[in-house]
Write a protein that binds this ligand. Structure first.
Ligand SMILES: *[C@@H]1O[C@H](CO)[C@@H](O)[C@H](O)[C@H]1NC(C)=O
Ligand SMILES: *[C@@H]1O[C@H](CO)[C@@H](O)[C@H](O)[C@H]1NC(C)=O
Ligand SMILES: *[C@@H]1O[C@H](CO)[C@@H](O)[C@H](O)[C@H]1NC(C)=O
Ligand SMILES: *[C@@H]1O[C@H](CO)[C@@H](O)[C@H](O)[C@H]1NC(C)=O
Ligand SMILES: *[C@@H]1O[C@H](CO)[C@@H](O)[C@H](O)[C@H]1NC(C)=O
Ligand SMILES: *[C@@H]1O[C@H](CO)[C@@H](O)[C@H](O)[C@H]1NC(C)=O
Ligand SMILES: *[C@@H]1O[C@H](CO)[C@@H](O)[C@H](O)[C@H]1NC(C)=O
Length: 607
């Protein structure tokens, strides 16, 4: 028999086995629906068959999907089991609460399969006080004399694997390798994991130590950290491991870096909303971080972490700059708790309200604010609604909110906000978000960003990317960190940046124009995305999308193809996927949405 026939036969056998476990006709309906799903309507039909199984209980729901995942050989059985056991009950809970014909079900189809995505936000005017009348300000005005800038380091997506094992196989069949996995014991090692990391594995502790020592050597005024501590073995992670990972990294930061640190909440993908009918299961994360961040933020901010769902605001000592750290997980499409109700909830857990309130106080106190958070607002994996409402707050407080810093994409990127998204010009650019590359070597060379900051305006004078090259032989002995490029030096001449000017929103917009016109400059940027590591070819269509995305602070404006959980796929080598999906961004590690999408594609290919 051909391999596919063997697989189809095995699958049939498994379906028969279900006679004894659950109702075989339910499973038949499910597989038939998966095969037939290709648009929004058929996706709703598919959710109806999911719903039928969910109504028979969480255990049946989990075991159905684990069996399909395992039999279709989408992942090793421990991976299938771990992922569906964690997210399955949340999705089953959602399906028991919502109407399949409603808006929420459509959003769930978008999150799981990239279907039903309208890429439009629900119209809603976020309540904000009017802009005070004051003398017109020229945002791009050059101060008469600039003081010497201070330095800030931005680190992100460290993804430290505390079970990284030197000598374990770096060539394995799981989403991340270099661990002594139970089901691999005794197998001959083909590519032994070396001491400081491998591109198929998350960061060993030694790599994080090396970066933090470099950060300490730079000795910045302060450090911002935009999250993602936990390694990508998402199928094995439980509460105690997350707590251990979070507190271990807090301790590591404290031990190695003497500068103050402003962290933002690192995701555990699923955060329940306060309105959830289920148990309040995320408070432990806020409590853990509220304690873990004691060395860096004061009692008031730590109380905010506990009561504002992980967000806080803190004035940088001796300055007029306020750091506003936001928990962005309530805007993340892969947080499945967001689909548990048909009631429109414009501001889950009041994170946007907290943001607006803090900005208003800062405006009155004539302070400037930087937002730090994990997930940037412009990508396909952010809810269009909250991205739009955040942008409304940004437009209102654009003179106060002078910096925004995110991570999550693992890439060196930026996103521009405009006063008119239909007329994207330098004059209309009102803000730019800077996105830091990752430490984890899974998506390129390990790196962080170093900013030169004007001490009066808190505007950015320069952005440098500091990296270490995993391909250099010295990397496994002692990683060497050096400057990959300076935005001022490399990009400044392309847009005629004047010597005393900040890297304003208009600067970033003009840079996108330069990329459109100058292919060499764009291709240079394309190598910077992965810090010269896993560089992917970017042709004309890819360039068009990439530039469109730079001009999309709001997710409704990006040009990404909706792809459900496949955007979070980490295994680039999975050639069962269309190329556009394989090249999609790698963020939180393998999730159930990508498994469900691949399940659907594989069943289709078998039919
Ligand atoms: C779902 O919504 C539709 C349209 O509003 C309605 O006709 C139907 O009765 C609802 N179904 C349930 C189970 O509430
Ligand atoms: C990785 O493992 C596979 C399967 O065990 C093997 O076929 C392949 O040769 C290995 N790759 C290397 C570079 O050793
Ligand atoms: C969640 O727990 C915290 C403290 O344990 C409490 O303050 C909060 O009100 C709880 N929220 C809900 C929705 O139960
Ligand atoms: C676009 O914005 C520019 C700069 O603000 C302005 O001069 C121009 O009139 C606008 N065009 C349209 C069509 O709104
Ligand atoms: C195009 O970009 C390259 C690389 O940044 C630069 O060296 C070159 O001068 C640019 N060409 C023009 C016409 O600006
Ligand atoms: C990294 O090192 C390799 C091997 O020495 C070299 O070919 C490559 O150009 C380096 N990459 C960068 C970005 O410096
Ligand atoms: C991308 O392509 C569209 C459609 O061809 C075109 O309208 C748009 O100007 C292009 N954008 C860029 C940045 O090249």
């Amino acid at each position: 028999m051909e391999p596919l026939q063997v697989l189809a036969h095995t699958l049939f056998t498994v379906l028969l086995l279900f006679f004894s476990v659950t109702n075989a006709s339910l499973v038949n309906d499910l597989t038939a629906s998966l095969v037939q799903t290709e648009d929004c309507d058929s996706c709703r039909d598919l959710l109806a068959s999911f719903q039928t199984i969910a109504l028979t209980g969480d255990d049946a729901f989990i075991s159905t999907f684990v069996s399909l995942c395992t039999e279709l050989q989408l992942e090793d059985s421990d991976v299938c089991n771990g992922l569906f056991s964690a997210a399955g009950p949340i999705i089953a809970h959602d399906l028991r609460q919502i109407n399949i014909t409603g808006v929420t079900a459509g959003r769930l189809c978008d999150a799981l399969f990239g279907l039903c995505s309208s890429s439009t936000a629900t119209q809603f005017k976020f309540p904000l006080p009017p802009t005070p009348t004051r003398p017109p300000q020229d945002a791009n005005k050059v101060p008469v004399a600039r003081k010497r800038p201070f330095q800030v380091v931005h680190i992100s997506d460290v993804h430290i694997d505390r079970e990284y094992t030197v000598g374990a196989d770096a060539n394995c069949t799981k989403p991340i390798c270099c661990r002594a996995f139970a089901d691999e014991a005794g197998k001959p090692v083909t590519v032994p994991a070396l001491p400081n990391g491998n591109s198929k594995c998350d960061s060993p502790v030694s790599l994080a130590d090396s970066m933090l020592d470099m950060v300490n050597e730079i000795n910045p005024k302060f450090v911002i950290f935009t999250g993602d501590v936990v390694e990508g073995a998402t199928w094995l992670v439980d509460q105690s491991e997350v707590e251990f990972d979070l507190s271990s990294f807090d301790a590591q930061l404290l031990a190695r870096v003497k500068a103050p640190i402003y962290p933002s909440l690192a995701p555990v993908n699923s955060f329940a909303r306060k309105t959830s009918m289920a148990v309040n299961d995320s408070q432990w994360v806020y409590d853990t971080q509220s304690v873990g961040w004691t060395p860096w933020i004061d009692q008031t901010s730590r109380e905010q972490v506990k009561h504002e769902s992980g967000s806080y605001s803190s004035l940088v000592h001796g300055t007029n700059l306020r750091i506003l750290s936001l928990n962005t997980q309530f805007w993340y499409k892969q947080n499945f708790w967001l689909y548990d109700s048909d009631t429109f909830q414009p501001d889950p857990n009041g994170v946007l309200e907290f943001m607006a309130q803090q900005l208003d106080q800062a405006e009155r106190a004539k302070q400037k604010v930087w937002v730090i958070g994990h997930i940037p607002l412009g990508k396909e994996d952010t809810m269009e609604d909250q991205s739009n409402y955040y942008d409304q707050i940004l437009q209102r407080y654009k003179d106060t909110l002078v910096g925004q810093f995110f991570g999550h994409s693992h890439k060196d990127q930026f996103e521009i906000a405009y006063s008119d998204y239909n007329n994207q010009t330098a004059a209309n650019a009102v803000a730019a978000a800077l996105i830091a590359p990752a430490l984890t070597p899974t998506s390129g060379n390990p790196a962080f960003k170093l900013y030169d900051v004007d001490p009066d305006t808190f505007g950015i004078m320069d952005v440098r990317v500091i990296f270490t090259n995993v391909s250099e032989p010295s990397f496994q002995v002692k990683p060497e960190w050096s400057t990959l490029y300076s935005a001022r030096e490399t990009y400044g001449p392309l847009v005629g940046l004047s010597p005393h000017s900040e890297l304003t929103p208009a600067f970033w917009h003009k840079l996108t124009d330069a990329f459109v016109a100058n292919e060499t400059a764009f291709q240079l940027f394309n190598t910077f995305i992965s810090r010269g590591g896993a560089v992917t070819v970017c042709d004309a269509a890819c360039k068009n999308t990439t530039i469109c995305d730079m001009r999309a602070f709001r997710s409704e404006n990006n040009c990404d193809t909706p792809s459900g959980g496949l955007t979070t796929l980490r295994k680039r080598s999975d050639n069962t996927l269309p190329i556009v999906l394989r090249e999609a961004s790698e963020c939180e590690g393998l999730g159930v949405a990508s498994l469900l999408s691949r399940m659907r594609l594989k069943l289709k290919s078998l039919n």
